[in-house]
Design a protein around this ligand. Structure first.
Ligand SMILES: [Zn+2]
Length: 291
C-alpha cells in the first residue's frame, strides 16, 4: 500500500496582517482597527476547493473566529475539517506552558462551539515549535488534541525541529502521544525547504512543485500543502516590512490561486482527519520520543 497518497490539503486562516515577529508588522492592539479581508479571501479558497471537489483542513486563528464566526460556519458547512491555529497567533517561544495552555483551550472551545464538532488538530503559528520549546507537545496533548501539524523538519524564520521522519508519524511526549503531520520539505542546496506552502509555493514554478509532490509520493509520503487566505489576494494592503520579508511575504500573489487549482487537479488531496483515518495505523510504529 502506498501511504504517500492521498496528499493533505491545509489552510491557515488568518488576516493579511498576521505576520510574525517583524519590524513594520502590527500588534494585537492594532488588529481591530485594520481592514478585514479574511472572509472574502477564505470564500475564494472555498470556491476553488469546491470547484475541484476537494476538502481540506482549515487551521483557524481564534481571534479571527471570534470576529467572524460566519467564516468557521461556512468552512464547516462545506464539509471541511476545522482545526486550531492558536487564539492569538503568537510564536510558541513567547508563551509559557501555562499561557499556551490557556490560548489553546480558548481557541479549541470557541472553534468547537462554532463548528459544532470536535476539534482534533493544532498548528503552531510559523511552525514555531523548536527543541527549546518541545514542552509545547505536552501542552498540546494535554489540551486534548489528537494531532499536531507544527513540525518543520527544515529551517524557517520561526521554527525548525530535527525529526527522523519527513512524513506523518507519532510523537510521544511526557503527557501522551500525538500524530504529527510535519511540513513537507525538499532538499535544496543542503537545506530542507518547505516547497508546498507559503512563500515557496508562491515563488516556485508550478512544474517544480508538481514534481516535488510526485517525488514525495514515490517516497511513500503525502505532501502537505498549506496556504493562507491572503496568499491569493493581490489587492491586500502592503505593510512596511524589511525588504527580505517584504519579498517573501508578497511574491507570487497573482499566480497562487492558479497553481493551487492545478495542484488539486493533478494530485489527490484530503483533510488531515481523512488521511489519519486511512493511514494513521500505518504510521503507528514511526514514533519520535520528545522529552
Ligand atoms: Zn499563521
Amino acid at each position: 500500500m502506498n501511504i504517500g497518497l492521498p496528499n493533505i490539503l491545509t489552510v491557515d486562516v488568518e488576516e493579511w496582517f498576521h505576520i510574525l515577529e517583524v519590524e513594520g508588522g502590527y500588534t494585537r492592539e492594532d488588529w481591530a482597527g485594520l481592514e478585514s479581508r479574511v472572509e472574502a479571501n477564505t470564500d475564494v479558497l472555498l470556491d476553488l476547493f469546491a470547484a475541484a471537489g476537494v476538502r481540506g483542513t482549515f487551521f483557524v486563528v481564534g481571534w479571527v473566529a471570534r470576529q467572524h464566526p460566519q467564516v468557521v460556519r461556512k468552512i464547516a458547512a462545506a464539509g471541511h475539517e476545522v482545526a486550531s491555529h492558536s487564539y492569538w497567533h503568537e510564536v510558541v517561544a513567547r508563551h509559557t506552558p501555562a499561557s499556551l495552555a490557556e490560548d489553546l483551550g480558548a481557541s479549541r472551545k470557541l472553534l468547537e462551539d462554532q463548528a459544532g464538532r470536535a476539534v482534533r488538530g493544532f498548528r503552531a503559528p510559523g511552525g514555531s515549535i523548536t527543541p527549546d520549546t518541545a514542552w509545547a507537545f505536552d501542552v498540546i496533548a494535554e489540551a486534548g488534541f489528537t494531532y499536531d501539524a507544527s513540525v518543520n523538519p527544515g529551517h524557517s524564520s520561526h521554527g525548525g525541529f530535527p525529526t527522523p521522519y519527513f512524513g506523518p508519524h507519532r510523537i510521544r511526549c511526557g503527557s501522551g502521544t500525538l500524530y504529527e503531520i510535519p511540513w513537507t520539505t525538499v532538499g535544496l542546496a543542503g537545506r530542507r525547504v518547505p516547497f508546498a506552502g507559503g512563500g515557496y509555493l508562491r515563488l516556485f514554478p508550478y512544474p517544480l512543485i508538481r514534481n516535488c509532490v510526485g517525488s514525495e509520493n514515490r517516497h511513500g509520503r503525502p505532501a502537505t500543502v498549506y496556504v493562507h487566505p491572503r496568499e491569493i489576494d493581490p489587492e491586500q494592503p502592503r505593510m512596511d516590512l524589511p525588504w527580505q520579508r517584504r519579498f517573501k511575504y508578497y511574491v507570487g500573489l497573482r499566480s497562487t490561486a492558479r497553481k493551487l487549482s492545478a495542484l488539486l487537479r493533478d494530485h489527490p488531496f484530503v483533510p488531515v482527519e481523512t488521511w489519519l483515518e486511512r493511514h494513521g495505523p500505518d504510521v503507528s510504529d514511526r514514533v519520535f520520543e520528545v522529552q
